[in-house]
Design a protein around this ligand. Structure first.
Ligand code: CAA
Length: 380
């Protein structure tokens, strides 16, 4: 068993850390407060290769492994989870989905600009009445011979107002249930395709989340991903990997808040000594460090499973479930350690606590991960 990172992985992690500190930290509080999308920073992330990290270099990607991707996700998320969710969706949902299941033409046309960061993507599965219950798709895609006509509404779409390429899941053969679902590539600006207003969120306020409305949107047949009826499997397989990315995001949010709390505890004095020297605080820090390390191990194991071409449905769900729950606990304690200072924006930890909450909700709530985990262990 080998727990050591390679030299390349360490270099990559350090480069992501430097980028986050130098480019994402300035202005992060203002972007959060005003809900400003980090457009310039995302463009830089594209140029540096953070948006297509695992894509084969022949399609413009970095050709890296999933462990490296989680290391970069953790570092970026320590500073700016709004930027890291853009990175996660682009890498593990959109690029991975297209590279794994797309045709050569789809890869050349759509994957290459997404992997190089020239364009960004969105993954459109959730609907007003189909969130956790993803099989209940109401958006329809009617087969018209050489094209499909899409009608319906998608909800909570990350990058909804900023993406160029949308992977859209819709029902083609209602009578076949989830076997009648398809996934399509829809381009920004397609006639009848309109994004709704930007959501005013509790956390990850810099990321652009919207509903998307489709009215008689014409999509050529060559933009369907996979065989007829493959759409639900496409979504599930893609989300299995996406969950590793969100787990790494939760880990970064937690470890970012822990590092701030650790530092603060060594500087702040109460009752004649640094608060870190009071057991009440020292034990909190011990618990936080232990939980963070446990999440990191689960995440690296799931990423390694994926790199080894082993099943990662279970390990990814466990990693996401544990990391998201842990991030809520750890960020709450980081605020507590900061006392009143933790409750104001300048100290960053209140933002990290708000950002942590979404990791328990998107790409499968904690309860959905419990379903996936319990079904797997009861099946064995
Ligand atoms: N890989 C491949 N196939 C899978 C799969 C996986 N990981 N999980 C399920 N399937 C298949 C099943 O084998 C089954 O196919 P067959 O009938 O051919 O055997 C089919 O999918 C249906 O599976 P279930 O019967 O288990 O379906 P279910 O209705 O009980 O639901 C679920 C399963 C796991 C709960 C699923 O609905 C689910 O994951 N829900 C959560 C959806 C989700 O994560 N949404 C996030 C939105 S995306 C997002 O947040 C992105 C963003 O912008 C940040």
């Amino acid at each position: 068993m080998e727990f050591k990172l390679t030299e390349e992985q360490i270099m990559l992690r350090d480069a992501a850390r430097d980028f986050a500190r130098n480019e994402l930290l300035p202005g992060v509080i203002e972007r959060d407060e005003k809900g400003i999308y980090p457009a310039e920073q995302i463009a830089m992330m594209g140029e540096l290769g953070f948006l297509g990290m695992m894509v084969d270099p022949k399609y413009g990607g970095g050709g890296m492994d999933t462990v490296s991707y989680t290391l970069a996700m953790e570092e970026i998320s320590k500073i700016d989870a709004s930027a890291s969710v853009v990175m996660s969706v682009n890498n593990s949902l959109v690029c991975w989905g297209l590279e794994t299941f797309g045709t050569e033409e789809q890869k050349q046309k759509y994957l290459v600009p997404l992997a190089t960061g020239e364009k960004t993507g969105a993954f459109c599965l959730s609907e007003p009445e189909a969130g956790s219950d993803a099989t209940s798709q109401r958006t329809t895609a009617i087969d018209m011979g050489d094209h499909y006509i899409i009608n319906g509404t998608k909800n909570w779409i990350t990058n909804g107002g900023t993406a160029d390429v949308f992977l859209v899941v819709a029902q083609t053969h209602k009578e076949k249930g989830h076997h009648g679902i398809n996934a399509f590539i829809v381009e920004k600006g397609a006639e009848g395709f309109v994004p709704g207003p930007k959501e005013n969120k509790m956390g990850i306020r810099g990321s652009d989340t919207r509903s998307l409305m489709f009215t008689d949107v014409k999509v050529p047949k060559e933009n369907r991903i996979g065989e007829d009826g493959f759409g639900f499997k496409f979504a599930m397989k893609t989300l299995s990997g996406g969950r590793i990315g969100i787990a790494a995001q939760a880990l970064g949010i937690a470890s970012g808040s822990y590092e701030l709390a650790l530092q603060y505890s060594k500087e702040r004095k109460a009752f004649g000594r640094e608060i870190s020297k009071h057991q009440a605080i020292a034990f909190k820090l011990a618990d936080m460090a232990t939980e963070i390390e446990a999440a990191r191990m689960l995440i690296h194991k799931a990423a390694w499973d994926k790199d080894m071409h082993q099943s990662y449905d279970l390990s990814g769900a466990m990693a996401k479930y544990y990391a998201a729950e842990m991030a809520m606990r750890v960020t709450t304690e980081a605020v507590q350690i900061h006392g009143g200072y933790g409750y104001v924006k300048e100290y960053h930890v209140e933002r990290l606590m708000r950002d942590a909450k979404i990791t328990q909700i998107y790409e499968g709530t904690s309860e959905i991960q419990q379903i996936v985990i319990s079904r797997a262990i009861l099946r064995d």
